[in-house]
Design a protein around this ligand. Structure first.
Ligand SMILES: *[C@@H]1O[C@H](CO)[C@@H](O)[C@H](O)[C@H]1NC(C)=O
Ligand SMILES: *[C@@H]1O[C@H](CO)[C@@H](O)[C@H](O)[C@H]1NC(C)=O
Length: 866
């Protein structure tokens, strides 16, 4: 280190030097830290001692503490620095600091005192023990609050010692120094401005200590201040009003609709915010909930736009210290098309007449949809292909009106489906079905099943016999379809038709009023009117033709030869007549017709069978051999004329033939023939007498028998006993059905009430009322069918007869007709077997499946047979 003496020191130095040399002692002043070998002072000069003397006197330095900071150079007579001198180590804070040396000489012994003053130089900076100091200061600390800081140390003294402190920055704190009694200073830091943790939670200050040296040295210490939080800030929501919109049903429970956030500038628990909903009057708290911790608002109840269109949620945020903030959340609910249109029927008629005018209002309906916007716009329509249309009027009202004519007969009921759909996407719809009945109007006349009818009746019928039934149907309903049959007035052969037939108004059954005679009337026709019960009634008519069928009720009548009472007519045959000579011709007629009038001629009795024959067809009597002389003159032929009816009727005629060449010959022979005539007259008288007697006896017997039977019947009325059916034999009957020419195969059978001898028998056997089992009566039968008919004709016929008690229950079996008649069940079906009774009374029915006859109607013997 270089030596720099100030002017003041140099002056002092010279004063001390001057004094010392005079007093035998010398004082030097040097700065500390001089380098080794530096000159301290020229001792020889200052003590006025020659250098030789220093050498010869073996001058040397003596120090009390043997510290050898200074050495003596005897050659030059100067003092030099031997060791580095640190003033602070040598004297600490003591001032002044000096080294006291004795310089001793021998020969002679001399003694000099040298004082070397060591001067301080500023070689130490102020220093702090620690590098930093830490403070934790609440932001709420009051102004003026003091904080003691550590002091700094400076080993130098005087001006080189610690002089002052400074603290930077000075925003919040300033320094205050207090001088202590020991001269040191107490350093304090005083708060001069409030701390704000939220603005600055940490301050870093620098405390600097400086000394007064030149150059000035300094030491520093960091002051670290942590600002402690105080709950001086309320939470603050990020927005005052939040807005969110949600869709009603698309937001299920638990959906988070919004998250609100409030921030709190404080720290730790002072910044912990909890959220809550503060609505009290409305139902917001039932619908929403908020997560206290994170401010998530979620739905806890399904939201229905139709109930609430928006919600205002009042929210509160509070920190632990009780500071709060509030905000609003506006929730707008968006409509979703979640309601289907509602259809209300305002008024309706369930029944409508088929003749209503077009555009008649059937129903008024109203349709509403509580959704809003398009979701609530409703359109209605009805199903197609019905004679109705839906007319829209104002305010979602529609009227259902008739568009086309209605016809109950075509469709008596309509199911009208009204469908309403809204315009939402996707669209919702609903529908109702109205059932509309169409009521009847009498707009259809009865219609007969056929355009005309033909029926047959066998002559000699019993009056009251039902001939057949006409039937008409009416498409209308109930009373309008109730058909009555009326016989139209007309006349047949000048007689009103009502004296021939009557028509049952209810059933359309046509009855014969009288017994018909084919020989008088063969057919007639009339009109039957069918009239319904409507108002006004409608009607139609049909022609009915009745054809009367012939019965063989007339015997043949012989026209020739005429049978006279007294005279005898004879045909003459000359004895010369050849074979095949036409003797005469029997001429007969039959007023019946057809087979019944088809006559055949046979010889019944003949004197000589070998001589004559009669033509079967033409009634011609011819000779069949040569007449000879032996032949009697008088020949008597009885010719029988038979018709072909069933049973056949006949007439006989006696033909007298005279085989003679002359009339006198004939006359003689025929006198006994006249006697014969008288004989015959007597015989006739006796026969009549005998017949009268027999008839009387018979009637008497019948009366007696009937009396006895009635008596027994009364006695045993309860003791009824049924008998097995008796099947008598009936011959087959062929009948020619008029007009068609086909043959019917007919079985006759007889149903008897009982065969009990105590009761009178009652049979369905009266004329025209037989129960006839008819096989395939179709007039349109094919050739093949006729063949099958014929094959049946060939089979042996076995008419069946059954006997049943009266009052049998419906469905009771009368008899097994298939077995008894030996008819195959299949045949019954294929032949469309059915029961035909002339009287039209349907007491007995045929079950084709089982081949049995069944009771179809309760049979009351007394009603039937009296
Ligand atoms: C109408 O609906 C009813 C009940 O579904 C049904 O019985 C009836 O047959 C329907 N009528 C028509 C004409 O479809
Ligand atoms: C029967 O009906 C026809 C038309 O079907 C009609 O012309 C005629 O006048 C009617 N006759 C009587 C007697 O009602």
């Amino acid at each position: 280190m270089g030596i720099k003496l100030t002017m003041r020191r140099q002056v002092l130095f010279f004063l001390i030097f001057a004094f010392s040399s005079a007093g035998g002692q010398v004082t030097y002043s040097i700065p500390e830290e001089m380098s080794k070998g530096s000159l301290v002072g020229n001792i020889a000069q200052d003590l006025a001692i020659e250098v030789k003397r220093l050498k010869s006197g073996k001058a040397r330095i003596y120090t009390e503490d043997n510290a050898e900071y200074i050495e003596l150079n005897r050659d030059r007579g100067v003092l030099l620095v031997k060791e580095r001198i640190d003033r602070e180590a040598l004297c600490a804070q003591t001032t002044p600091c000096a080294l006291h040396l004795q310089i001793t000489l021998e020969d002679p012994i001399e003694f000099y005192t040298v004082t070397v003053e060591i001067n301080d130089i500023n070689d130490n900076a102020p220093s702090f023990k620690k590098e930093e100091m830490k403070f934790r200061i609440s932001e709420s600390a009051v102004i003026g609050a003091k904080f003691v800081l550590e002091r700094a140390m400076d080993l130098d003294v005087g001006m080189n010692g610690l002089q002052s402190y400074s603290l930077k920055p000075t925003d919040n704190f300033h320094l205050k120094l207090h001088s202590q009694q020991d001269g040191s200073k107490k350093v304090e830091m005083v708060l001069q401005k409030h701390l704000d943790r939220e603005a600055q939670d940490h301050l870093s200050l620098m405390l600097t200590a400086v000394d007064g040296g030149d150059p000035q040295l300094s030491g520093t210490m960091r002051v670290e201040i942590s600002v402690l939080d105080v709950n001086d800030n309320a939470p603050v929501f990020t927005q005052e009003i939040y807005k969110v919109s949600i869709t009603e049903t698309n937001s299920p429970k638990g959906t988070v609709v919004a998250t609100v956030t409030a921030s709190d500038a404080d720290q730790g628990s002072n910044s912990k915010v909890t959220y809550s909903i503060t609505n009290t009057l409305d139902n917001v708290r039932k619908v929403f909930k908020i997560n206290e911790e994170n401010g998530e608002i979620s739905i806890i109840e399904s939201i229905d736009f139709e109930k609430s269109k928006h919600f205002q949620i009042n929210l509160l945020a509070s920190d632990e210290g009780g500071l709060t903030d509030s905000c609003k959340l506006i929730v707008d609910v968006q409509d979703v098309n979640d309601n289907e249109p509602e259809i209300n029927i305002m008024s309706k008629s369930n029944v409508i007449s088929e003749d209503v005018q077009l555009q008649t209002v059937v129903t008024v309906i109203n349709s509403e949809d509580i959704d809003s916007g398009d979701n609530g716009n409703v359109n209605c329509y009805i199903n197609e292909n019905i004679p109705f249309t839906l007319k829209s009027s104002t305010n979602n009202f529609y009227s259902l009106v008739t568009e086309n004519d209605l016809d109950r007969e075509r469709s008596s009921e309509y199911n009208i489906t009204v469908t309403c759909s809204d315009e939402g996407v996707p669209s919702l719809s609903s529908s109702v079905t109205l059932t509309l009945q169409i009521s009847d109007v009498n707009d259809n006349a009865p219609v007969f099943e056929r355009s005309s009818y033909e029926a047959y009746i066998v002559e000699n019928n019993t009056p009251g016999l039902s001939i057949f039934t006409v039937k008409a149907t009416d498409a209308d309903w109930n009373q309008n379809a109730r058909v009555s049959y009326i016989l139209e007035d007309s006349s047949v052969n000048g007689v009103p038709v009502s004296s021939y037939v009557s028509v049952s108004a209810d059933s359309g059954v046509i009855h014969a009023v009288r017994s018909f005679d084919f020989e008088q009337i063969k057919d007639f026709q009339f009109l039957v009117k069918a009239q319904d019960g409507g108002s006004p009634p409608l009607s139609s008519n049909v022609t009915v033709k009745i054809l009367i069928q012939d019965q063989n009720d007339n015997p043949p009548q012989v026209l020739y030869p005429v049978q006279t009472g007294g005279s005898v007519v004879a045909e003459m045959v000359p004895r010369s007549a050849d074979v095949g000579y036409l003797v005469t011709k029997v001429v007969a007629v039959d007023v019946d017709s057809g087979q019944n009038a088809w006559l055949s001629y046979k010889l019944q009795k003949v004197t000589d069978r070998a001589l004559f024959e009669v033509g079967l067809q033409n009634g011609e009597i011819r000779t069949i051999r040569q007449v000879n002389d032996k032949d009697a003159v008088k020949q008597r032929l009885t010719v029988i004329v038979e018709d072909n009816g069933q049973p056949s009727r006949s007439a006989t005629v006696i033909v007298n033939v005279a085989v003679a060449d002359s009339f006198p010959e004939v006359l003689s022979e025929f006198t006994d023939l006249i006697h014969d005539k008288e004989y015959n007259d007597n015989l006739t008288f006796y026969l009549v007498l005998a017949l009268a007697v027999v008839s009387f006896l018979f009637i008497t017997c019948v009366v007696v028998i009937i009396s006895v039977k009635i008596y027994r019947w009364r006695q045993s009325r309860i003791l009824y006993q049924s008998n097995l059916p008796v099947i008598p034999y009936y011959p087959p009957r062929y009948s020619d059905t008029l007009g068609t020419g086909t043959l019917q195969h007919v079985y006759n059978y007889e149903v008897c009430r009982t065969t009990d001898s105590r009761k009178s028998d009652c049979k369905f056997g009266r004329a025209g009322s037989q129960n006839v089992l008819i096989m395939d009566p179709s007039s349109t039968g094919t050739m093949q069918r006729i063949q099958s008919e014929k094959s049946i004709l060939d089979e042996p016929d076995s008419p069946a007869s059954y006997s049943i008690p009266e009052e049998m229950a419906k469905g009771s079996v009368v008899g097994n007709i298939a077995r008894d008649l030996d008819v195959d069940l299949k045949r019954l079906k294929s032949g469309k077997a059915r029961v035909y009774t002339g009287g039209g009374a349907e007491y007995i029915g045929l079950n084709k499946e089982k081949g049995v006859l069944l009771v179809q109607e309760r049979i009351d013997r007394e009603a039937l047979c009296g």
